[in-house]
Design a protein around this ligand. Structure first.
Ligand SMILES: *Cc1c(COP(=O)(O)O)cnc(C)c1O
Length: 438
């Protein structure tokens, strides 16, 4: 079962937790107890595909709710793309998580959530309506993940003229069960409208409204799978120090890694890499958590001043700073360090890095080379969270060259935009939802 971080009495199944999203008390859903999955991890073979491993892990963590063969089928539907491990040198390996439909790691969480919802909605008479606002990037992972899922309708609000042309195409060219609403207003207007819709008792009554936010338990849990995958593929019992370095913003990705560790995956250290939005590294250093407004950086998907998953991290460590510090190290990387690393990498290896991955590599190098006399360099896996072509401007600034655009990003540019224009008005949104989905 799963409980709210703010109320252990709010116990729910996975199914109820994912359709709820955020707990009514504002908390986040977390596992109620920590099962030991050491035997499961030992039973995974390096020859298995990601999809196969994901099926076994899903079967174990949701064993009280779904049957093993259903779990395997769910993982199979979700993961039609794989992570890839690329060794940079004998100590540092990249775990590339950008080979999915939107070319960023969020595809893993979004796709598993979508497959989960589809699974639980089978045979229901009424479709679920997913309502979400986006300032650009997150919406495309959600749209792609839910595209053509049965019994699910998706409505995405985005601010007119304020998302990049590529992002707009990604949101507006899928069609089918994905409806884009182009709002004459700001991202804040879009968010306000979505919030108001969820608070509207009449709408709640008439439609099965639900969300797919990044804090959703159904997006968090599957992110633990690729930590397990990477550990198994690099030799589960290698006997040398093993660390993960995670470029972080809202800290969902890193929290999922901590979950894998808590289930018994052998990991010696998690390195939290941030840009100048470094409240978590600061906390690890001083014990003080001091959230503040975010500042803009080149690694903009990590521009978060008050990471929501910090609540899950505190819960996991029972608010014990020392315990968290013994497992985690934090590093903050500047924009100029990020540019320099991207440039250096390109010149020496002819390899394009995206700014988020560059932050991670910079952090792991500081960890490894900053410690005098450390003989045990060990195995260090850096999560590579996005394809360089998603951040062409920054990459070009650093290297003087444009990375090649992969086909899944190129294709939407050739399609025709289909969006419905709407004012920043809740009444209009409500009427539209009722007329269309009721
Ligand atoms: C969302 C995102 C991150 C940050 O992940 P969190 O789970 O929010 O810490 C890092 N890199 C990229 C490319 C992202 O899209």
């Amino acid at each position: 079962m799963f409980i709210s971080t703010r109320n252990p009495q709010d116990r729910r199944t996975y199914r109820r937790a994912i359709f709820q999203g955020l707990a009514p008390d504002g908390g986040l859903y977390v596992p109620e107890e920590w099962q030991d999955h050491t035997d499961l991890f030992r039973g995974l073979s390096p020859d298995m595909s990601f999809q196969e491993m994901a099926g076994e892990i899903t079967a174990a963590i949701l064993s009280r709710e779904i049957r093993p063969e259903q779990a395997r089928a769910l993982a199979k539907k979700a993961f039609f793309f794989e992570p890839q491990l690329k060794a940079l040198d004998e100590n540092i390996t990249l775990l590339e998580l950008f080979h999915g439909p939107s070319c960023a790691f969020k595809d893993f969480g979004a796709s598993f959530l979508a497959a989960s919802m589809e699974f639980f909605l089978e045979g229901e008479s009424e479709p679920a309506v997913i309502l979400t606002a986006t300032s650009g990037d997150t919406g495309s992972a959600v749209a792609q993940a839910f595209h053509n899922r049965k019994n699910i309708e998706v409505v995405i609000l985005y601010p007119s003229g304020r998302v990049s042309p590529l992002q707009e195409k990604q949101l507006t060219t899928l069609g089918g069960n994905i409806q884009a609403l182009e709002i004459d207003g700001s991202f804040d207007d879009c968010q306000r409208m979505v919030k108001e819709a969820f608070l509207d008792a009449d709408l709640q009554d008439k439609l099965h409204l639900t969300s797919a936010n990044s804090i959703n338990l159904g997006r968090l849990l599957p992110q633990s799978f690729y930590y397990i995958f990477a550990r198994v593929k690099t030799g589960l019992n290698s006997g040398i120090p093993f660390r993960f370095c995670v470029p972080s913003g809202n800290f969902g990705n890193l929290t999922a890694g901590l979950y894998a560790w808590k289930w018994g995956l052998p990991v010696d250290k998690f390195i939290a890499a941030t840009n100048r939005n470094d409240v978590v590294p600061q906390y690890l250093f001083s014990g003080e958590f001091d959230p503040r407004p975010s500042v803009a950086t080149y690694s903009n998907a990590m521009d978060v001043g008050n990471p929501s998953n910090f609540e899950r991290m505190l819960h996991l460590f029972n608010r014990n700073w020392k315990a968290m510090r013994s497992l985690m190290s934090g590093y903050s990387v500047t924009d100029s360090e990020t540019l320099e690393l991207i440039g250096d990498f390109y010149r020496r290896r002819n390899h394009f890095l995206d700014p988020h991955t560059a932050v991670g590599i910079h952090a792991v190098k500081r960890f490894l080379y900053g410690r005098a006399g450390s003989r045990e360099m060990g195995t260090n896996v850096v999560l590579s969270t996005a394809h360089a072509a998603k951040f062409t401007e920054t990459v070009e600034k650093a290297t003087g060259k444009k990375p090649t655009i992969p086909p899944q990003l190129q294709k939407p540019m050739e399609k025709e935009k289909k969006a419905l224009s709407m004012g920043a008005d809740m009444g209009e949104l409500k009427q539209y939802l009722i007329d269309t989905y009721r």
